[in-house]
Design a protein around this ligand. Structure first.
Ligand SMILES: [Zn+2]
Length: 263
């Protein structure tokens, strides 16, 4: 499996991806908003884009579909309940479905509601596993829920699916938000050395050469995986004095999500 991360350099800070089979050169384009960059990248590599995967229905993820289809004839895959919101969708996906790319690439579909209720992530079972997580999980952050999402569902997705993936899983999110997210982590947990070190290293980074984290790294720097940290809880209590003595992880997650909205 070959992964090419494509930085769109647009104001939404989208990342697009090409996932290719090394043997056949067939490629899957994930959320190819910047169709020009995606088409050029495929051409440079000698790949043929045969499938488009939309992680969810938002325009900054689906807006490149039409042009991509016109140029490549690719089929469009997305969550099975997104048929009404994603024009031209060819294949509806559900949890456990397999997306094949060429002869060598197999990706498992995860049904991951929260950012929207029609959101899928793709997971590879390669030696070095990888997760294409759209707007569910970001580097050092989590997706928002204010355009058709539900914070409680997002928590469930984190707790029951994402946090159970192998620690070495590479994280490929839909946007470059890492610097801002690390600042939020440090606002919530000023004594987080890993987040501090990473922010020092990354400040003013070039998303064309973005850092790719692993789930293990995220557990250290992502507030939404640090729900039992005493500092996180103590700081949260400053904002929410009614927080119970020993708040459960769900409560902490939901309060963090709420704070992040106004931060
Ligand atoms: Zn979105």
């Amino acid at each position: 499996m070959i992964v090419k991360q494509i930085w769109t350099a647009n104001s939404y800070r989208n990342f697009n991806y090409l996932i290719a089979c090394a043997e056949t050169g067939e490629a899957l384009a994930v959320d190819p908003l910047d169709h020009e960059k995606c088409l050029r990248a495929a051409k440079d590599e000698g790949w043929r884009i045969t499938q488009i995967l939309n992680t969810h229905e938002h325009r900054d993820h689906t807006g490149g579909n039409e042009t991509m289809v016109r140029h490549t004839g690719a089929v469009i895959l997305a969550h099975k309940n997104a048929r009404d919101t994603i024009p031209g969708m060819t294949r509806g996906l559900g949890a456990g479905d397999v997306v094949k790319v060429g002869k060598t690439v197999e990706l498992e579909v995860l049904d991951t509601p929260g950012h929207t209720m029609c959101h899928v992530c793709l997971r590879s079972h390669t030696d070095q596993p990888a997760l294409f997580c759209g707007d569910t999980l970001f580097n050092a952050g989590a997706g928002n829920c204010h355009n058709g999402g539900h914070p409680a569902e997002l928590y469930k997705t984190f707790a029951e699916q994402l946090s159970r993936l192998p620690a070495s899983t590479l994280i490929y999110p839909g946007h470059d938000y890492i610097e801002n997210n690390l600042r939020f982590t440090l606002d919530r947990e000023p004594d987080n050395r890993s987040a501090r070190d990473m922010l020092d290293r990354l400040a003013g980074h070039d998303p064309d050469n973005a850092v790719v984290t692993t789930l293990d790294v995220e557990r250290g720097i992502n507030t939404f995986f640090r729900l039992t940290s005493p500092t996180v809880i103590a700081r949260l209590r400053e904002a929410f004095p009614d927080l119970p003595e020993k708040p459960d992880a769900r409560t902490v997650f939901l309060k963090l999500r709420e704070l992040r909205n106004s931060w």
